[in-house]
Design a protein around this ligand. Structure first.
Ligand code: HEC
Ligand code: HEC
Length: 444
């Protein structure tokens, strides 16, 4: 049967969305089990659940690096469990910023924690937590009582806990950056840092010095591209661990806009976590800009397809990431009337909304700016292919105040951020206007 285009257009016009008051045809309300719509709904649920698992627990085979090569597990295990030294006490692990997922702990152990009778000075208890997969983002492998290796997951840097059962102990908050975590210090415990030194073509002492220069809440996801550990001003090149929530609808990701969420997930799983997978990005072949990555051929990682532990997980991981909403700040954490006034200022006089376009709070489209445009140096921008800064989405700002704002935390408070823009754009904001703007930022 054939219809003319005109007939189809007439049909489409007539079948445009029904007015709200017309009740929906019951036949389309409940999708029959065999329908495509049902497939879509089931797929969404499946991707969400799979993606959550990948984000929280998948090491992508990174134990081949962190365990087998760097032998990080030996320090955590201690002599008694096949490693070296005394082991690491729960107190020391928490002090490094590691988090304990209370939900993963069996009730017997949970009761001991709740009763405050668990010894945080006994390394055996760290082993017990690892055995129960309760240390967020760290996955230990055991053969009987012997710890044989250790891998890391996305949750290490991008999840924290609500601290309901003590500092660093609680329910998981996926996507909330762990600004207490000292990634560099954790990595520096590894007995064998030579593989990292070899990649960078420096000695082990230099690697240690670099790792210890990061400090809590920071990691340098680009060091293994360009080998630039320090900025011209001598400070670390590491950036703050960003929020991994509130990213749906946002085009480019990372502070300097390397690519989409799924681009970056593949980049991190392969080149940073050192999982085993396929990764293609010929931009990394630029030996002048990315000497380390070009040498290691990081833009051309191609294991045998059967060994690829990453590619098959990217769809679900992407879906889960986009599903993470920015958290809502508690109503009493800001002045609501001031925030309302601040919203007007944000949209008009302060011109914030020209870049941070509500409700995404970044630009639909190519959301990138030079350092000059936003009034800062371009060191970090220049470390990326497009040499710009990505307009940071602002949802859930209140959970990433620790460590400061902007990619390196250069502005300690939101007041400092607003003062910077006022100066740079010559906005002429009055003191009360600045204060209102800050209350609005706290409400996002
Ligand atoms: C060792 C810490 C660490 C681990 C592990 C890690 N990330 Fe990240 N992640 C970072 C840092 C630091 C950045 C910022 C990088 C930059 O801007 O240069 C980042 C950026 C991101 C972003 C961009 C956020 C934005 O604002 O656009 C996403 C998405 C992300 N990571 C997801 C993941 C996923 C998924 C995994 C697991 C495959 C993962 N990360 C593992 C530290 C980590
Ligand atoms: C020209 C575009 C542009 C304008 C206008 C602009 N911003 Fe930004 N904003 C950016 C970019 C790009 C970044 C990322 C900077 C970085 O990470 O170094 C950013 C970062 C921020 C951050 C830090 C977020 C974080 O998590 O670290 C805040 C807060 C912010 N802007 C608020 C504002 C306010 C308030 C205004 C208006 C006074 C404003 N911005 C105007 C582009 C802009």
């Amino acid at each position: 049967m054939r219809f003319s285009l005109a007939a189809i257009l007439v049909f489409l016009a007539c079948s445009s969305p029904a007015p709200k008051e017309t009740p929906q045809n019951p036949a389309v309300k409940e999708a029959p089990p065999e329908s495509y719509q049902k497939n879509v709904d089931d797929n969404a649920k499946k991707l969400l659940e799979e993606g959550r698992k990948v984000f929280r627990s998948d090491t992508f085979g990174s134990e081949a690096f962190w365990g087998d090569k760097l032998r990080l597990h030996e320090v955590l295990a201690g002599e008694k469990h096949g490693g070296t030294g005394p082991g690491v006490t729960p107190k020391a692990a928490l002090a490094l910023g590691l988090r304990v997922d209370f939900g993963a702990i069996p009730s017997s152990l949970g009761d001991v924690i709740k009763a405050h009778t668990l010894s945080f000075d006994d390394p055996e208890n760290t082993i017990a937590l690892l055995k129960h997969d309760a240390v967020v983002g760290v996955k230990a492998f055991f053969e009987g009582d012997k710890m044989t290796s250790i891998g890391i997951t996305c949750a290490l840097c991008h999840s924290t806990t609500d601290d309901n059962f003590g500092k660093g102990i609680g329910r998981r908050l996926d996507g909330w950056p762990n600004r207490d975590l000292d990634v560099g210090k954790v990595a520096s415990l590894a007995p064998n840092l030579k593989p990292v030194a070899d990649l960078l073509k420096v000695d082990v002492d230099t690697v240690k010095k670099v790792l210890l220069s990061w400090g809590p809440g920071k990691y340098d996801a680009e060091l293994l591209n360009d080998g630039k550990a320090f900025r011209p001003d001598g400070k670390t090149s590491a950036t703050l661990l960003p929020a991994a929530f509130g990213l749906a609808g946002v085009n480019l990701h990372t502070y300097n806009g390397w690519g989409t969420v799924t681009y970056w997930n593949a980049y991190v799983a392969n080149t940073q976590m050192h999982g085993t997978g396929t990764f293609f990005d010929p931009r990394l072949d630029d030996a002048a800009k990315f000497p380390v990555a070009a040498r290691a051929k990081n833009g051309h990682l191609r294991p045998a397809l059967a060994d690829d532990k990453i590619t098959g997980k990217l769809a679900a991981l992407h879906f889960y990431q986009l599903a993470l909403p920015a958290p809502t700040p508690p109503k009493d954490s800001y002045d609501q009337n001031a925030a309302k006034r601040g919203s007007q200022i944000f949209d008009s006089k302060a011109r914030c909304a020209t870049c941070h376009v509500p409700p995404l709070f970044t630009e639909p489209g190519w959301n990138m700016h030079t350092g000059e445009e936003i009034g800062i140096d371009d060191f970090q921008a220049k470390r990326s292919p497009d040499e710009r800064y990505r307009t940071t989405p602002l949802g859930g700002l209140f959970v990433r105040a620790k460590g400061g704002f902007y990619h390196d935390g250069r502005f300690a408070t939101l007041d400092d951020v607003v003062a910077h823009y006022d100066r740079h754009f010559k906005l002429g904001l009055t003191q009360p206007e600045k204060a209102d703007l800050v209350e609005y930022l706290k409400s996002l």
